[in-house]
Ligand binder design. Sequence first.
Ligand code: BG6
Length: 512
Amino acid sequence: MGDNSNSANNIMDQALVIFGASGDLTFRKLIPAVFNLFCRGYLPSHYAILGIGRTEWSDEAYRDKVVTENPYLTGGTREKKEQFAALIHYLPLETSTPTAYKLLKDKLQDLFQKKPGPQNIIFYLSTPPLLYGTIVENLALQGLNKDDNGWKRIIIEKPFGYDLASAKALNRKILDYFYEDQIYRIDHYLGKETVQNLMVTRFANSIFEPLWNRNYIHRVEITAAEQGGIDNRGGYYDGSGALRDMVQNHLLQLVSLVAMEPPTRLDAGAIHNEKHKIFESLRPLTRDSITRDVIRGQYVSAHVRGKQIAGYREEAGINPDSRTETYAAMKFHIDNWRWADVPFYVRTGKRLPTRVSEVVIHFKPNHHHLFGKKQLTNNQNMLVFRIHPNEGILLKFGLKAPGAGYRPEQVNMDFHYDELSEKYVPDAYERLILDAMQGDSTLYARGDSMEAAWQFVNPILDAWQEDPSIPLYGYPAGSWGPEHADKLIEGENMAWRYPCKNLSEDGLYCEL
Ligand code: BG6
């Protein structure tokens, strides 16, 4: 295995095997993440990356592709890149052919032979999901699931299943060959600094947690808006849609972090247990509540900032009659002691006015309106966790407007991550791969929770599939989605927060 002088003492020697090595994710995210770990001295002294794909590349050709010519590999000196490239190897392999895995085993033996000792290996599955079952089975047939000569772990990319039944079947299949503590189901939202900060803000401060319940919180709102469309992922997206692509995983993971009870310890088991209780407490949706409280939409062509944007059905790889939703919004409840009757609202969509993800905690207004009724809507306290862009936290509260009388005005108190200029903020994949190397699955999803999240969204998928009378609203590209979603928010003068590029601003007409 190659040498890296920046070894981190607590990380054992190991190899990372990437299935799907010629895929987009490997170029854009995985290799850059491992390169950053290398530059920051987090790779052990003996480390190898082995790319597996169908394309016939030599080691050198693959190194050129993923290092020298990779536009996503930014930073680092030329020398660092050369040292890093020397750690990379490539094996062309037909992953659906069982006999091919003997070649993989031999290649790994070869990579490890220069250094006798435990053969610690992470297998990263970044192929089309249909292959996940075949890959784990064939790894096991070669004994590559056995921990006896060094640990073996697998990281599984999303989508983890297509619905409840397929997620259960996939869990069962993987668990036939690997133990739960060897399995790392990735949800890249959990690797984001700002998402991890949800737990720290809640549990490291004494001022928020006492208010964090139905007595003080009016509603919780989560938005994950994207300005972009589906790029070149039409084939995948048209079979998926916003509910599967964003809500079942990323957004419900955020809900669980906002709503969970404090864990007994800071370890994966304790945190997963608390998150799981939230998934189990999601009030099951009925046909009536789906028709009333879940909105789906699909973008149609529109003129946006001087450019004509194609409608979803006109995009490459999309069925011209497609009924796949590119927007989903919903209201639901968590039936437990802390959250009884507090509505949770989530929404996500492609081709919205801007790219922004945030969690908004809306606090209840005062019971007595000393400064007039207007106080109710204008000065409701709000705590905003901005996940991206302009990462930070914002607290909105009322202050006396200068001048005569006592007119409260809403003002902001905010913190922006970019003020921590000397602190390095790792990319989500960087953090998650490092955690898997260290055997920490806290920021990964556990199998039973994955199934519970599917259990919650599956009735929506069924209803949409079976009942054509449930509308699929068209919305113009560049707009905030179907207006019907506005009606989901209960309460006089209550509305979604319309976020702007800048965390501290909101409204329909700010800079996007
Ligand atoms: C991915 C989805 O999981 O998350 C994409 O498949 C989506 O469709 C992306 O664009 C959003 O991630 P981020 O980190 O850009 O918010």
